[in-house]
Design a protein around this ligand. Structure first.
Ligand code: E4P
Length: 217
């Protein structure tokens, strides 16, 4: 499973990119607003620190304007992925962009039929929002399961990019089901490496090593 960072915080993205564990980045208008920075500048900068796809979302609601915005975003860097909402206009834009060779992430997917349409529109990625479904008392993970089955039934190449991930259990379940990508907040990515027994074990090893009085270097 690939890992994208769900962030527009350049410092956080740079720090995680340095680990070599990050395959791409997703942003959205809310994350851009949170960064307090110019949208185009942030995307350009992220694209210099991460080699993989960087999702930048159009903000128009009609397809003609979405396509104009997408042209601007595509001009920022080679690795920009255009993010479009899962609306009829968004799907139309997706089809036109992928026919033109662009990478497209269809976002705000909340059910399997929407996912089916995104695949028909040739989406590179489809983003089901797990956490927001969980917030409503609907099991977001069931959606990932349904999408995996439908995409496998028809050999759709669209990658399932699990989004709105809130905790480490979401990440594990996505990996078990076979999501292609998970876009994860930086704080959750860091938690994945944590276990109290790892900390305790390391503490013990360090204490015993100190008793030897030795040094490797
Ligand atoms: C994905 O591309 C979205 O940016 C993101 O995962 C949304 O997550 P949220 O529901 O926590 O805002």
């Amino acid at each position: 499973m690939k890992f994208f960072v769900d962030s527009a915080d350049i410092e956080e993205i740079g720090e995680l990119a340095d680990t070599g564990l990050i395959d791409g980045v997703t942003t959205n208008p809310s994350l851009i607003a949170k960064s307090g920075r110019n949208f185009l500048d942030v995307i350009k900068e992220i694209c210099t620190v991460v080699d993989g796809p960087v999702s930048a979302e159009v903000t128009a609601l009609d397809s003609a304007t979405m396509l104009k915005e997408a042209a601007v975003l595509r001009g920022l860097a080679e690795n920009v992925t255009i993010k479009v909402p899962l609306t009829m206009d968004g799907l139309k834009t997706c089809k036109a962009l992928t026919d033109d060779g662009a990478s497209v992430n269809v976002t705000l997917c909340f059910n399997a039929n929407q996912a089916l349409l995104a695949a028909k529109a040739g989406a590179t990625y489809i983003s089901p929002f797990i956490g927001r479904l969980d917030d409503m008392g609907i099991d977001g993970m069931e959606l990932i399961e349904e999408m995996r089955e439908i995409y496998d039934n028809y050999d759709f190449e669209t990658e399932i990019l699990a989004a709105s991930i809130r905790n480490i259990n979401h990440v594990k379940s996505c990996a078990l089901i076979g999501a292609d990508v998970a876009t994860v907040p930086g704080s959750v990515i860091k938690q994945l490496a944590k276990h109290p027994l790892t900390d305790k074990g390391l503490e013990g090893f360090m204490a015993d090593w100190a008793k030897t009085g030795q040094s490797i270097l």
